[in-house]
Ligand binder design. Structure first.
Ligand SMILES: CC(C)(COP(=O)(O)OP(=O)(O)OC[C@H]1O[C@@H](n2cnc3c(N)ncnc32)[C@H](O)[C@@H]1OP(=O)(O)O)[C@@H](O)C(=O)NCCC(=O)NCCS
Length: 488
């Protein structure tokens, strides 16, 4: 099996070496009966929810089980930190979010929940007719605001515990965040604002191992029995770092990070760091805070940080279990790979390309025809989800190759993936000593010319057997040629 790693990853023996996963989240084992059982149980929960849950519209298909199964070995017993803004806890979608958490728990994912309380502190201050000195735990917390924070945060923690109980989840509130005063910064005493000193990892690990969901308020405790107001995003980072979380997921009130008003679906940490040196003017303060903690977390070894809108129904599950997700994924390392397809990938190839076949961009292929030449097909995967594909059919006797079946999912277009796949096929063809590549296209011929360096040819350039199939198809595709070495 061939693996190629792209971007910043190792290129040692790139075309022939099996290489897999530098982010430490490789499937921890093969799927066993237990995994199947767990997935079936998870699916039953989803089905139950679809039948009984308030206002939920799950469109559950039998293939969902297959979809869920794929993730089980990968996420089993891994730690996910969910950092939930206070406003999300009181949002109408929160009961749905709790159901999503129940699904994650049923898959044996270890969940730790940290919440903010800014909205509730503001509401309590108004109710009591006082002015809070700070809402999000980053400014000065005076004695009165500390009292507001204690009341608001503890009330919120309790609400979360109630919600988890209603979903049959065991949960507990802890004093696992050990803090000290932020102190005097720039000549200003921050009074009861605290800073995370350390996390009681042992306590949390032991709770997680027992299947208990720790719920962490935005407060820290010191050895003298004092409490400090601590910003929940910074607690989330400290938890993710010290518990070596697989994912840190911020659930907030916006869809994610944006560039020129457009949602950024995925961004490598280095690029986000650059953006933070010139922060877009439309990013709200609490989004900037999440972006900063995302960078810190990735740099501290957390492979994936997600920023998603907690008000979107099924958003959490979509983010975790679909490649496209709903928000922004910040990733610590290059995580894309091109690998040769296996028989078990045929369904994925057909699914991926079905719309393109329907719109006549790609010629229809049957399962049997792909199976016959499955070694010619390659998948481009992101986090092991196929988002693009290509095939190289070889005619060694004539020293020719055909680049075919190039397809990039619409969600991943214009990111250079098509070009990378053309380069990949070209490198592979050269490695095989082929002198010429040909490709047929109905709707992307200018793409092959401008981006792939192909030249327009004619049907006469096709080998006789291929010409026969070309004529029989009636598609009248354009023929494009690329010479890989000068004609002899
Ligand atoms: C054609 C296709 C493979 C391009 O993939 P991609 O990953 O989006 O392409 P890249 O990111 O490498 O390149 C993007 C550039 O190509 C251009 N481009 C994309 N599709 C194009 C098309 N059909 N015709 C001409 N140019 C096209 C984009 O406008 C963009 O141009 P820019 O760099 O000047 O802004 C993809 O759109 C696709 O899968 N199309 C449907 C299937 C198909 O037609 N396959 C070819 C037949 S084998």
């Amino acid at each position: 099996m061939d693996w190629v790693t792209l971007g910043g990853r190792s290129k040692k023996n790139a075309l022939t070496e099996w290489e897999w996963n530098e982010d430490g989240d490789r499937a921890t084992g093969k799927l066993g009966f237990l995994d199947f059982f767990i997935a079936a149980a998870a699916l039953l929960i989803v089905l139950w929810v679809s039948a009984n849950g308030p206002d939920r519209q799950y469109d559950v298909k039998p293939t969902d089980l297959r979809g869920i199964l794929r993730y089980i070995p990968r996420f089993r017993e891994k730690v996910f930190i969910l950092a939930i803004d206070g406003s999300i806890v009181t949002d109408d979608n929160f009961p749905n979010l709790l159901l999503d958490i129940a699904v994650l728990r049923s898959l044996n994912i270890r969940i730790l929940l940290v919440h903010g309380a800014a909205k509730q502190i503001a509401a309590l201050a108004e109710e009591r007719g006082v002015k809070a000195s700070n809402l999000d735990g980053t400014g000065i917390t005076d004695a009165e605001t500390l009292q507001l924070s204690l009341n608001a945060a503890n009330r919120l923690t309790h609400e979360i515990l109630e919600g988890l109980s209603a979903n049959d989840l065991r949960a507990v509130s802890t004093n696992a965040v050990i803090a000290h005063p932020l102190g005097i910064v720039g000549g200003v005493d921050h009074q009861f604002t605290g800073k995370v000193e350390r996390i009681d990892v042992e306590m949390l690990q032991s709770l997680l191992a027992q299947g208990i969901v720790p719920v962490i308020p935005p407060l820290g405790f010191d050895g003298d029995g004092k409490t400090y107001r601590v910003n929940s995003d910074t607690i989330a980072f400290a938890l993710a770092e010290q518990l070596k979380a697989t994912k840190l997921i911020f659930l907030t009130t916006v869809d994610g990070l944006t560039r020129d008003g457009q949602l950024i679906r995925q961004i490598i940490v280095g690029e986000l760091k650059q953006m933070l040196s010139r922060i877009p003017s439309d990013w709200p303060i609490n989004l900037i805070s999440k972006a900063r903690q995302a960078v810190a977390a990735c740099e501290a070894g957390v492979p994936r940080v997600h920023i998603i809108n907690g008000e979107v129904d099924e958003g959490l599950l979509a983010e975790v279990f679909s490649n496209e997700g709903i928000g922004t994924l910040v990733y610590a390392n290059e995580y894309t790979q091109i690998r040769r397809a296996l028989k078990k990938d045929i369904r994925a190839l057909l699914n991926l390309t079905k719309d393109s076949v329907a719109s006549e961009e790609l010629v229809k292929r049957t399962r049997a025809s792909i199976e016959k030449q499955v070694g010619d097909y390659y998948l481009y995967e992101i986090d092991r989800n196929p988002v693009a594909c290509v095939a190289l059919h070889q005619y060694p006797e004539q020293n020719k190759g055909e680049l075919a079946f190039l397809y990039v999912a619409p969600s991943h277009e214009n990111m250079g993936i098509g070009s990378k796949l053309i380069q990949f096929v070209e490198a592979r063809a050269r490695e095989q000593g082929l002198a010429e590549l040909v490709t047929l296209s109905t709707q992307a011929f200018t793409y092959f010319i401008s981006k792939g360096g192909f030249m327009e040819g004619s049907p006469n350039d096709l080998l006789p057997a291929r010409r026969e199939r070309y004529d029989a198809s009636g598609r009248k595709s354009k023929v494009l040629i690329k010479r890989l070495r000068p004609a002899a």
